[in-house]
Design a protein around this ligand. Structure first.
Ligand code: PMP
Length: 285
């Protein structure tokens, strides 16, 4: 089996699985999720993703259906049941199942898990970005299922030949449609503070860890579109991209002015991933 679906205790080939119509995820998107990369059956930084998942659930007052330990064990068990290829492990809780009514139903969350093959990214490849008005709500720190503006922005990026859309609220750059955005300027790593306007990315935390290790100064502060366009390097980070750099934004050349520092940071985060998972670039697992 190359891809697996799980729903409240039942599992099978992903494309054969279904969810009940009364699941609140179906008609309200009333749920939270998280996702991690799995290589050689090792789910990279799983504890950090599980911690964030429980935090998201708590912020939305969704009652967990199991403990952190039980969810960890379940995910680790399920990755044994699919072909041994690099996977995206995705899991979500919705606020139970009931006939449509805005107020909370009794009971605990419904757990859905998907495992599907992915390509491990080439962290050193250059990407193109576009900018987009950030019209999202003010709870971007919660990893909710409600991703409509993110979906639209990602689609706009694809239509314009870009890999990611960078959101901005007025002049202030917030994050990507499915990544965090950072810049290097004058040897300093600058990134939006992890407040309610962005998701506290796990890959972002690991880039910050790399900066600490390499003694690269960090400024966690809002930065502007002008700073983005004039940055020495622009990085986007997410679980599945780790830390890609950009060569263009909105069709204008960008970044490329601090390649050595950029490579040091990329070597550090990619090296950490390879050490933890046994991934060898260029060698199929
Ligand atoms: N922001 C948004 C909106 C995202 O969807 C993601 C990807 N989950 C990120 C940031 C990066 O988070 P992480 O590094 O944990 O994947």
């Amino acid at each position: 089996m190359d891809a697996l679906g799980y729903y409240n205790g039942t599992w099978g080939p992903l494309d054969d699985m279904t969810v009940p119509m009364n699941d609140r995820g179906v008609y309200f998107g009333d749920g939270v999720y998280d996702a991690a990369v799995c290589v050689n059956r090792v789910i990279f930084t799983l504890d950090e993703h599980i911690d964030r998942f429980f935090t998201s659930a708590e912020l939305l007052e969704i009652k967990p259906s199991c403990s952190k330990e039980a969810l960890t064990a379940l995910l680790q068990d399920l990755v044994q049941k699919v072909d041994n290829a690099p996977l995206l492990a995705y899991w979500q809780w919705t606020r139970g199942a009931s006939r449509r009514d805005h107020t909370f139903p009794p009971g605990t969350a419904n757990l859905l898990i998907m495992l599907k093959p992915i390509a491990v990214p080439d962290i050193y490849r250059k990407i193109k970005l576009i900018t987009q008005d950030d019209t999202r709500f003010l709870h971007c720190n919660i990893k909710t299922l409600n991703l409509i503006p993110n979906v639209l922005a990602a689609q706009r990026a694809r239509e314009r030949g870009g890999k990611e859309a960078v959101f901005h609220r007025g002049e202030i750059v917030t994050e990507g449609s499915h990544s965090n955005v950072h810049i290097l300027k004058g040897g300093v790593f600058i990134t939006h503070p992890a407040d309610n306007l962005i998701l506290r990315g796990i890959a972002r935390s690991h880039l910050l860890g790399a900066c600490k290790k390499l003694k690269v100064p960090v400024e966690e502060r809002p930065f502007t579109l002008t700073e983005l366009f004039n940055a020495d390097e622009i990085l986007i980070s997410s679980t599945s991209t780790m830390g890609l750099s950009a060569e263009a934004i909105d069709g204008k050349p960008a970044g490329g002015k601090a390649p050595e520092l950029l490579k040091k940071l990329q070597d550090e985060v990619f090296g950490e991933f390879c050490a933890a998972t046994g991934w060898q670039p260029g060698v199929r697992s």
